[in-house]
Design a protein around this ligand. Structure first.
Ligand SMILES: Cc1cc2nc3c(=O)[nH]c(=O)nc-3n(C[C@H](O)[C@H](O)[C@H](O)COP(=O)(O)OP(=O)(O)OC[C@H]3O[C@@H](n4cnc5c(N)ncnc54)[C@H](O)[C@@H]3O)c2cc1C
Length: 321
């Protein structure tokens, strides 16, 4: 297949990612989770809250209920990295059965850089145009020459499964790749990260855009709790416990009390005189006057009540004994 399928996202010079099929979305996650958490009411905001809860607590199996099947075309050296993700089902174009096509990856000059001095698995630093041209020339020379030899061996009747071994790893291959949302998010987390090689990142980003469309709440939760979320090791926690003064913890707890009040109020509006007692119930320590002043400032965000309560108890554990 030489042309780009119309529903595909182009990747690199000749590759693509195309979503062939998907099963379920945010609704399927919620549906399966409710088997364990009970039916309850199912407003969109509650679905979002449930998905965020599941992601936060790494309750992963409901995310496995959503399936994605992609048709992808990538250079063999990208496929080598991709295939390390063992939970997928793959069916690849066979060079034993079919002849290889004259399709090789030629890097864009912008992506030709020096070996990184900081990261053994990365690149950095502008390469001068003379060296860039040389890199491009070598890619072309080796690709064209190897393909000539391959074609000659084919015409002489040598088995395709052997003749293909003269072809370099910038040759394009194609496959169908099917995986569930949990493992796909894990793949994207690793391969869209800045530490992953540029050439696989492009494909991972393309798949991410399909995930975002099919399961927007799950995507949002994954970004918030996994990609941008932060976990502290025991050593880091010890440092925080030792170094965070009580007054800082008090300030954070105070903000949480306001946010909890605002969130509870947003979910079920209270009369003005009930607000201050509600704030006190959430652990607030400001006076009524201070409360009224801050409350009317309009600077208090609402959030997820359960999440805020979890945060409150985490912060409490950092208090110096
Ligand atoms: C930036 C980067 C650099 C890398 N560098 C190297 C390298 O230099 N050399 C190299 O060899 N690899 C390298 N890898 C590949 C890496 O080690 C993993 O093989 C790859 O990222 C797949 O991760 P995974 O095993 O978590 O994913 P998957 O295979 O998709 O598995 C998903 C999860 O399922 C579980 N799982 C799946 N199969 C098994 C099993 N058989 N036993 C136990 N648990 C299982 C694990 O919890 C795993 O996290 C690199 C990856 C990245 C992202």
């Amino acid at each position: 297949m030489n042309e780009l399928p119309k529903d595909a996202i182009k990747c690199l010079d000749k590759g693509f990612v195309r979503l062939v099929d998907s099963m379920g979305g945010d609704d399927a996650i919620v549906q399966s989770a409710r088997v364990s958490y009970g039916k309850g009411t199912s407003k969109v905001s509650q679905d979002r809250g449930l998905i965020r809860y599941l992601m936060r607590h790494r309750h992963t199996t409901p995310f496995e209920m959503v399936e994605f099947k992609f048709h992808c075309k990538m250079p063999i050296f990208v496929a080598r990295q991709w295939v390390r993700h063992r939970t997928a089902n793959i069916n690849e174009y066979s060079l034993r059965y079919s002849e290889a096509r004259d399709e090789f990856y030629y890097p864009d000059p912008d992506n030709i850089e020096f070996q990184s001095a900081l990261n053994k698995q990365g690149r950095m630093g502008e390469v001068d145009s003379e060296l860039k041209q040389k890199v491009q020339r070598y890619f072309k020379e080796i690709s064209e020459r190897s393909f000539e030899i391959y074609s000659e061996l084919n015409e002489a009747g040598v088995a395709r499964e052997l003749a293909r071994a003269v072809l370099p790893v910038n040759l394009y291959t194609e496959w169908y790749w099917k995986n569930d949302l949990h493992n796909l998010l894990h793949f994207i987390g690793l391969r869209s990260d800045g530490h992953a090689q540029y050439e696989i990142r492009v494909f991972s980003d393309a798949m991410a855009s399909f995930v975002k469309e099919v399961a927007p709440f799950a995507w949002e939760a994954y970004q918030d709790y996994v990609v941008k979320g932060m976990r502290f090791s025991k050593i880091e926690q010890n440092l925080l416990e030792r170094k965070l003064p009580d007054r800082v913890i008090d300030d954070i707890q105070e903000d949480v009390a306001y946010q909890l009040t605002a969130s509870l109020h947003a979910n079920k509006p209270r009369s003005d005189e009930d607000l201050f007692p509600l704030y006190k119930d959430q652990g607030g320590s400001d006076s009524l006057d201070d409360f009224n002043l801050k409350w009317s400032s309009g600077e208090i965000d609402t959030g997820n009540v359960r999440e805020l309560r979890e945060f409150k108890s985490k912060i409490e554990t950092l208090r110096q004994s």
